[in-house]
Design a protein around this ligand. Structure first.
Ligand code: ADE
Length: 243
């Protein structure tokens, strides 16, 4: 899977790209991340990328010309023009379902904003898929782009050592339930014991207990939220798993 990140701060990425799963995925050729500085497409001696808003108001607005020029040039760098994502708090909220949708694309072009936002004509001309990582305002789209990369590469075959682990993630699969609780050694710590059932060796019983945990946790922590399985699935599963 290929990612092209369009940003005014490409230096923010190498630390993140050079670590852990992502580093391995890049080394193994499963994921390709290319960074592009929007400023390289700005005109004039100062390569100015932002300007004051028409109509007044605080802050600066990202200019339409360098952004459109950068996106169009980067799209042409491969046969597949890619799926253009604009990171903005005004976008549709990123959920695991949206991650799955984005993870199915072979090439994502991630457009990161800064300042007060993009000139509206960027949207009118490029018609990006606008994505928000949550209802709060970040200083720019870079961290949001890292979130999109981080979540989608988990779905790229071969990136996780064990394919089962992304299927077991919270929100994965039918019902979009939270994950069950996990324990490792020691069996007891400060009076908190590992649930007996996990030591029983009875795999069917363990699977049932985990299903029940997922349903109960989701009910407790995400009741009434629209992206997560609505009461019907959660409570049906909860009941089905009762002994
Ligand atoms: N840029 C600033 N805030 C953002 C958010 N919440 N999601 C995506 N991009 C952003």
């Amino acid at each position: 899977m290929r990612f092209d990140v369009l940003t005014l701060f490409p230096e923010m990425f190498p630390g993140y790209l050079g670590q852990s799963l992502l580093k391995l995925a890049i080394e193994r050729g499963l994921v390709d991340v290319r960074l592009h500085n929007i400023r390289d497409w700005a005109q004039g001696p100062h390569r100015c990328v932002d300007d004051r808003p028409f109509g007044g108001g605080p802050g600066m607005v990202l200019k339409v010309e360098p952004v459109v020029a950068c996106v169009e040039a980067v799209r042409r760098q491969a046969d597949d023009p890619g799926h253009l994502v604009m990171l903005t708090p005004q976008g549709r909220r990123l959920t695991q379902a949206v991650v799955e949708e984005l993870g199915g694309k072979p090439r994502l072009i991630l457009l990161c904003g800064r300042y007060e936002g993009f000139d509206e004509r960027v949207r009118q001309i490029l018609k990006p898929d606008e994505i928000s990582v949550g209802d709060y305002v970040l200083n720019g789209g870079e961290v949001a782009a890292m979130v999109v990369i981080d979540a989608t590469i988990r779905l790229v075959p071969g990136v996780l050592g064990d394919e089962e682990s992304s299927r077991q993630d919270s929100f994965a699969g039918e019902g979009r339930l939270l994950e069950f609780s996990q324990y490792t050694r020691p069996r007891g710590f400060r009076g908190h014991e590992v649930p007996e059932i996990l030591l029983s060796g009875d795999h069917q019983a363990i699977a049932r207990w985990r299903e029940q945990e997922r349903a109960a946790r989701t009910r407790e922590r995400r009741a009434g939220e629209s992206d997560i399985a609505e009461d019907e699935t959660v409570s049906r599963r909860g009941h089905a798993a009762q002994p």
